[in-house]
Design a protein around this ligand. Structure first.
Ligand code: HEM
Length: 205
């Protein structure tokens, strides 16, 4: 193996999905927050904001299928499988590296390879966001688009209210994920290395 070994981590379908997903989620976060804020200060108007939010939501819904099926039928899905061995130990080790090791010249605890695209902590976050948060946001979002399908009352509390709370909470989780994601993606040989990989498909190890 040469010093500048390259691995083709991000096939075209994954990069196209990721670009659509990133743009769509950014629009959802911005329009979602502005819908909750003071209507008078809303630049494009409330109705336009709601329309944009709904359109971006439908785009995310459709593109999610591409991600889900892509991970089922290609090899990419194997990177999302979590091993029971070292379930807590491995992500903790990676976490320690992020808060201490990387500032003290320690070696990367889980070097990337053909078999390992994500470190254990990154994998947990990707699984949580892609197989829990995004699906829940999609399902609750669709339900809020067609509120007549929502159960009237759950334990005496309005079903629409509970759906909206769940939708906002997951949206909040995705927003926090995105901030951490952008920071973690900048950790590497150089801050732009991972961003370049997401454009070219190739990752240098
Ligand atoms: C401006 C927005 C975004 C940028 C610049 C960005 C950047 C990146 C980069 C550089 C990578 C490759 C390196 C790595 O794995 O850390 C990546 C991978 C990934 N991103 Fe993002 N991201 C963005 C938004 C999002 C959002 C909103 C989500 C999910 C809701 C997301 C989910 C993922 C996933 C699941 C991967 C791994 C894909 C795979 O290899 O299977 N990203 N992103």
């Amino acid at each position: 193996m040469s010093a500048t070994h390259k691995i083709y981590f991000y096939p075209v379908w994954l990069r196209v999905w990721h670009a659509i997903n990133a743009l769509g989620i950014l629009i959802l976060i911005i329009t979602g927050i502005s819908m909750q804020s003071d209507m008078d200060s809303n630049v494009i108007g409330f109705n336009m904001t709601v329309n944009l939010h709904n359109i971006a939501g439908v785009v995310i819904f459709v593109s999610y299928f591409a991600f889900f099926i892509g991970n089922l039928v290609t090899n990419n899905g194997r990177f999302y499988l979590i091993k029971m061995k070292g379930f807590f130990k491995r992500p903790i080790k990676q976490g320690m590296f992020y808060v201490w090791g990387m500032f003290h010249g320690e070696k990367y605890p889980f070097p990337l390879s053909e078999k390992r695209k994500f470190n254990p902590l990154q994998k947990y976050f990707y699984v949580l966001v892609m197989y829990l948060a995004v699906p829940v946001v999609i399902v609750t979002g669709l339900a809020l688009l067609f509120p007549e399908i929502i159960i009237d009352k759950v334990y005496g509390i309005s079903g629409v209210f509970m759906t909206a709370i769940l939708h906002s909470a997951m949206g909040f989780f995705i927003s926090i994920f995105l901030i951490i994601h952008l920071y973690i993606a900048s950790v590497g040989k150089s801050p732009l290395e991972n961003y370049k990989s997401m454009i070219t498909g190739w990752h240098h190890v």
